[in-house]
Design a protein around this ligand. Sequence first.
Ligand SMILES: Cc1cc2nc3c(=O)[nH]c(=O)nc-3n(C[C@H](O)[C@H](O)[C@H](O)COP(=O)(O)OP(=O)(O)OC[C@H]3O[C@@H](n4cnc5c(N)ncnc54)[C@H](O)[C@@H]3O)c2cc1C
Length: 459
Amino acid sequence: MSRPFDAIIIGAGQAGPSLAGRLTGAGMTVALVERKLFGGTCVNTGCMPTKTLIASAYAAHVARRGADYGVMLDAPPRIDMGRVKARADAVSANARAGVETWLRGMKGCVVIEGHARFTASDTVRVGEEQLSAPRIFINVGGRAAIPGLPGIDQIRYLTNTSILQLDRIPGHLVIIGGSYIGLEFAQMYRRFGAAVTVVEMKPRLVSLEDEDVSQAIRDILEGEGITVRTGAECIRFAPHADGVAVGVECASGDPEIVGTDVLLAVGRRPNTDDLGLEQAGVKTDARGYIQVDDSLATSTPGIWALGDCNGRGAFTHTAYNDFEIVAANLLDGEQRKVSERILGYALYIDPPLGRVGMTETEARATGRKLLIGQRAMDRVGRAVERDETQGFMKVIVDAEAKLIVGAAILGIGGDEAIHGVLDMMNAGVPYRVLQRAVPIHPTVSELIPTMLGDLNPAV
Ligand SMILES: Cc1cc2nc3c(=O)[nH]c(=O)nc-3n(C[C@H](O)[C@H](O)[C@H](O)COP(=O)(O)OP(=O)(O)OC[C@H]3O[C@@H](n4cnc5c(N)ncnc54)[C@H](O)[C@@H]3O)c2cc1C
């Protein structure tokens, strides 16, 4: 016998709980199944703890630079990793408890703890219990990918989850993977006082970004004493008396790096391998991501996939937007599409990179005529006053449509300032609207109209 509901939601990540709120609000009975931590990756092992740790690392960085601002400290600042960790733990725990309390108090929602697996297209098993519903929403997220590199099974390594348990500072942290997650940990731990080496297989860091952005990020990190090894081939591991020996054949540099600790940050994989999807006829792609159409419906009628597991986004805000799309279509009679989403995101090194739309490389590949504007951050009054002038901003405009197609702001406040551009792109208005705006002084945003007033044809 299965227990009937109007809807089943698998996963209490960034889409599931809000969807439960809308569905129960519309009078449906909902079973929400969570196998581990309420709030999912973002709250427990992703955005929230990392950004809290980054805030501690920033405080340490500014304290060390005190004299630059005329603030004299009597002794170099000391990091108490126990307190740093406790702060991050508290922020996560608070948010996790908030999600759990909300769900448990939600009228019409039954919270079931355990691992859910499909047994049919309308049935899910959790432990001994069988649940059924005409609508099932999959919000199972992803986890760190563990690469099958030689020697990996002989060493102890950290992932983005286990590194959060550290209450000590590694002597030398070797990070495999020079992309978004790896670089945030690299700078954070460098600022906590660890020696840090980033090993990246590709020829440059964050290779999805433009080359100039990539290079500026490398300069910032190397400027803080982080060693960057790009073009690393044949990465392999072996136990070493001091920790782990990481073999790398790079274009230059030692063929072996000895670290006290190794962090694997080589990407994520969806939690779809143990979900019984085949029992429900739900198709995945070669990498395990659930295939969805523009409304996030899967190949099986009555089943939707939201968030990281559908491969259409890899962020908290994209997972939440998936919820908005599904809820609007099911409950509000709308016809929203995921393809209408203009993607923005940030890389939270300091200074951060705020990004929206296409990179210059992607825009050039479309073959359209482009106008490009660029300004160094040392032209920004706010950056000069704060003595944080690293980075630059860049905007790419479709020369014929006069619409902004993408932008990058690598610099102080870049993650916030990029929203001026993001909002204009969502409004679909010509770039001159933003160029003629009167921004507040002194802010980072005030240089965006200046930049737009000085566009040059891309050659
Ligand atoms: C280190 C790090 C930093 C990040 N920083 C940012 C950031 O700054 N900004 C940003 O936008 N994004 C960031 N992200 C990405 C962000 O965390 C994810 O994109 C987001 O959490 C995805 O949400 P989701 O709802 O798809 O899945 P998740 O949040 O992963 O939630 C999925 C939930 O499903 C549960 N589950 C899985 N399988 C089952 C099952 N079979 N049965 C029952 N329950 C199941 C899991 O336990 C989990 O609670 C970061 C990620 C990492 C790893």
